[in-house]
Design a binder for this molecule. Structure first.
Ligand code: 5GP
Length: 185
């Protein structure tokens, strides 16, 4: 089984930035591209940011047992395709999944060797400020994501590792150290 890393935590906490920084130093680490039924944001490209699927297509693949994990998040569906994970880990490459909490739990159950890391914001207010500052979502969407974040934060204790993303460089260094030590195990 290749090394599987799961980076989870609330929307806007900086999972994507942390993973991008980790991968700069570890080009062997593959990132799985998720499937989603939400619409692309400006600049997002199908097959790069996500595989953008219709609800019917998502259902068809779900019925076919094609997802390693999947979840409904803020009225849209997201999931990691088994074929995608297999493709990225072919040849034994390690892979990282950037997913929300419900999916992380499913990976934990399906792949007991997976290393799970919860990324926490310093506070809910800090998370709100980040979601506003990144300017990707409407005010309604931000409020919806913050409401979900409250339940996600309640689940933080379930995961093996936690990194508080209060200071980016320190958080990157922590994630890097964790990756290196888990790879060596
Ligand atoms: P966004 O709409 O901002 O791209 O993603 C919303 C949330 O869904 C984020 O927390 C993101 O990490 C999560 N997410 C993205 N892809 C997947 C996936 O394949 N599975 C699950 N469970 N969550 C995902």
């Amino acid at each position: 089984m290749p090394d599987i890393f799961v980076v989870t935590g609330p929307s806007g906490v900086g999972k994507g930035t942390l993973i991008a920084r980790l991968r700069e130093g570890h080009p062997e680490l593959a990132l799985t591209i998720s499937a989603t039924t939400r619409s692309p944001r400006p600049g997002e490209v199908d097959g790069v940011s996500y595989y953008f699927l219709s609800d019917a297509e998502f259902d068809r693949r779900l019925a076919g047992g094609e997802f390693v994990e999947h979840a409904t998040y803020a009225e849209h569906r997201y999931g990691t395709l088994r074929g995608e994970l297999e493709r990225r880990t072919r040849g034994g490459s390690p892979a990282v999944l950037e997913i929300e909490v419900q999916g992380a739990r499913q990976v934990r159950d399906a792949i007991p060797s997976a290393v799970l890391v919860f990324i926490a914001p310093p506070s809910l207010e800090a998370l709100r400020q980040r979601l506003v500052a990144r300017g990707k979502d409407s005010p309604e969407t931000i409020e919806q994501r913050l409401a979900v974040a409250v339940t996600e934060l309640a689940a933080r204790g379930e995961f093996q590792f936690e990194i508080v993303n209060d200071e980016l460089e320190r958080a990157v260094a922590e994630l890097d150290a964790l990756y290196v030590s888990e790879r060596a195990r």
